[in-house]
Ligand binder design. Structure first.
Ligand code: NAP
Length: 251
């Protein structure tokens, strides 16, 4: 069976992407950094669809852990055909209040993490190119990097987060050129999605953010999973960013 890795899939958007990929017929590597119980629950959800799942704790910012994550997947499933670099962290602090190490921690997780897992998965994604042609799936090997609307707009209390998400767009285009024609590499840039990451807004802040969205509500993790499934199967799209934000970025 073709297998996919979704980093940071114990919760939120990553969880929704993993469950969607399982429904679409993929075995899954569920990854977490600290929340094993939640990751195990997602794996149970994957198995309920009839697909296989493994759970691997790995801090994607550590290149060796990223390698282990990929190796475990290849051992379990014989290969990997899709990678979603979703793991990410955020922190709401003005620049003058950032402590030494804060900036690097966000960049290490959000950008270096995507790079580390992609690099480790690269030979296996290349190999998968020849194995996945056939009636089972129309998709060719792919990487999707989960960026953010803040990559375009910036954010006053999240400068490191916005910088990391803008960095991911450069990484996406570079890898799309680098890995073509065997592997497609795209990005997803969600707007505000209801997950643990956005749960700390005050009602006033949430209302202000909601009011800026033409569709009048926040996104749902399953709606980002739709975008990930689309890019997974979009065999003539590479180097693109799919904006999923309820119209917030429209001009
Ligand atoms: P979330 O609910 O906070 O979940 C974050 C996930 O990433 C968890 O599974 C967490 O694992 C994992 N993770 C964090 N650091 C990691 C590390 N070093 N190594 C491996 N896994 C790690 O976040 P979310 O809202 O679903 O966000 C998912 C992605 O979408 C992120 O890249 C985020 O920047 C992006 N995004 C989110 C929004 C939004 O509005 N929510 C908007 C735009 C972009 P544990 O459970 O073990 O902690």
């Amino acid at each position: 069976m073709p297998a996919a890795i979704v980093t940071g899939s114990s919760r939120g958007i990553g969880r929704a992407i993993a469950l969607r990929f399982a429904q679409d017929g993929y075995d899954l590597c569920i990854n977490y950094v600290s929340n094993r119980e939640a990751a195990e629950e997602v794996a149970t959800g994957v198995r309920e669809t009839g697909q296989e799942a493994i759970v691997v704790g790995a801090d994607v910012s550590d290149p060796e852990a990223a390698k282990d994550l990929v190796e475990h997947t290849v051992e379990a499933f014989g290969g990997v055909v899709h990678l979603v670099n979703n793991a990410g962290i955020d922190q709401h602090v003005y620049t003058e209040n950032l402590e030494p190490g804060d900036f690097d921690h966000v960049i290490d997780t959000n950008v270096n993490g995507a790079f580390n897992v992609t690099k480790a998965a690269l030979p296996h994604l290349r190999e998968a190119g020849t194995e996945t042609e056939g009636p089972f799936t129309p998709s060719t090997p792919s990487v999707a990097n989960v960026s953010s609307i803040l990559a375009y707009t910036g954010a006053p209390i999240e400068c490191h987060y916005a910088a990391s998400k803008a960095g991911l767009l450069g990484l996406t285009k570079s890898h799309a050129r680098d890995f073509a024609p065997e592997i497609r590499v795209n990005a997803i840039a969600p707007g505000h999605v209801e997950t643990d990451m956005t749960a700390d807004r005050t009602p006033e802040e949430a209302e202000e953010e909601r009011a800026a969205i033409p569709l009048g509500r926040f996104g749902r993790p399953a709606e980002i999973a739709n975008a990930a499934a689309y890019l997974r199967d979009a065999t003539f799209i590479t180097g693109e960013t799919l904006n999923v934000n309820g119209g917030e970025l429209m001009r």
